[in-house]
Design a binder for this molecule. Structure first.
Ligand SMILES: *Cc1c(COP(=O)(O)O)cnc(C)c1O
Length: 370
């Protein structure tokens, strides 16, 4: 059974073109294309309401948002982070001249393991940068406790966690700053884009300066800022995306539930379950292949699916710590990261997106079963 067309790990949702055109006409008319225009302002406002956060600053992408968040908090020295993420998490540290210190993950949700953080703290440590991997919230309480004890900042890479809530509260409200990505492959997209979420007006103001070269007025530059502004076309597009987000998550949940139902009792294949009290966004559907029990390696299954036009992705393999740029770091050695290395060798993220048909899910599961 081979799919007629290629099924990729994700497929972006676009707003209806007929709703976008009038907004484009309005922008054409105004000739205001970027630099905190009216759509930018409106999108920031609606987004903050939608997500249940106080202050949000839009960015051109998630990587620059993370780099700027670290700048804003003046993070230096060493920062504790996870190797089990997209490479931009560590790159953002590197661009700030910060030494990444990798700490292993916990096997249940693949997030930074708070129990292993303390052992990695040195006099040079200034912050912790965890990732809510697959949108599953980190153990935010335990992480904050350690941060408070040692006087460290916490910056969450929340690129996967758009719309995720814990006990009715946005997961973006934890830590000092959280960062989102609106890249085309993410659960909420503005083609490219991102945001910084913070908890006070002063921080928001400084972040707004930082993304615009450090300008705090026409003739005043207060910091060596960067250019990371979101433009009006993307902000207008984002406003339309908000209207259908809840409906998209409902569709994603049905897909995740279908996968779970069909994959139950498949020997050697495991997957993540929903967490009590958490509102999930079903951004990804990772499965973990236990080669011995399943009788086939992860890579063999991955290739088999590809031969049948099913293009899952091995998020996150290789680990960031195993890329040549970072593998020389002491904390990158295998013996320091046994759980992350094991999971990176077992994972495949299966296709999940609102328009994925149930027939296709059945076909994918049949390929995994037989
Ligand atoms: C996508 C992603 C980023 C980078 O975001 P961009 O908007 O593509 O720059 C950073 N961290 C994680 C975990 C991501 O998945």
């Amino acid at each position: 059974m081979k799919s007629q067309k290629k099924i990729l790990v994700t497929q972006p949702v676009l707003p209806p073109l007929e709703e976008f055109i009038p907004l484009l006409e309005d922008i054409w008319e105004s000739k205001w294309l970027t630099n905190n225009g009216k759509y930018h302002q409106e999108f920031e406002k609606q987004l903050a309401d939608f997500l249940g956060v106080k202050y949000i600053s839009l960015f051109s992408n998630g990587t620059l948002a993370l780099i700027s968040a670290l700048q804003e908090l003046r993070i230096t020295g060493e920062v504790i982070t996870t190797p089990y993420s997209f490479v931009a998490t560590t790159h953002a540290l590197w661009w700030n001249g910060i030494k990444p210190v990798f700490v292993d993950i916990e096997p249940k949700h693949c997030n930074l393991d708070p129990e292993k953080i303390e052992a990695a703290i040195t006099p040079k440590t200034t912050a912790i940068v965890p990732v809510h991997v697959y949108g599953n919230p980190c153990n935010v309480e335990a992480t904050q406790k350690i941060a408070d004890k040692y006087g460290l900042k916490v910056i969450y890479d929340a690129a996967h966690a758009f719309g995720v809530e814990k006990s009715g509260n946005s997961v973006l409200n934890y830590g000092d700053i959280s960062v989102l990505s609106f890249h085309a492959t993410k659960v909420f997209n503005t083609i490219e884009g991102g945001a910084v979420i913070c908890h006070d007006e002063e921080t928001k103001k400084r972040i707004d300066y930082l993304k615009n070269f450090g300008f705090a007025g026409e003739t005043k530059v207060i910091a060596p800022g960067i250019n990371a502004k979101m433009n009006e076309l993307q902000a207008a597009y984002g406003l339309l995306q908000l209207k259908t987000f809840d409906e998209q998550i409902t569709k994603r949940k049905i897909i995740a539930d279908t996968y779970r139902e069909l994959l139950t009792n498949v020997e050697g294949i495991s997957f993540l379950k929903d967490i009590d009290g958490v509102k999930h966004n079903y951004a990804y559907f990772p499965i973990f292949v236990d080669e011995k029990k399943y009788g086939m390696s992860r890579d063999k299954l991955y290739e088999k699916l590809k031969e049948h036009n099913i293009f899952g992705r091995r998020y996150f393999y290789p680990l960031i710590s195993n890329f040549s740029t970072y593998q020389g770091l002491e904390s990158a050695r295998f013996s320091n990261l046994p759980v992350a290395n094991k999971i990176a060798d077992e994972v495949i993220c299966l296709p999940i997106y609102p328009e994925l048909e149930i027939e296709n899910i059945k076909m994918i599961v049949d390929l995994i079963k037989f």
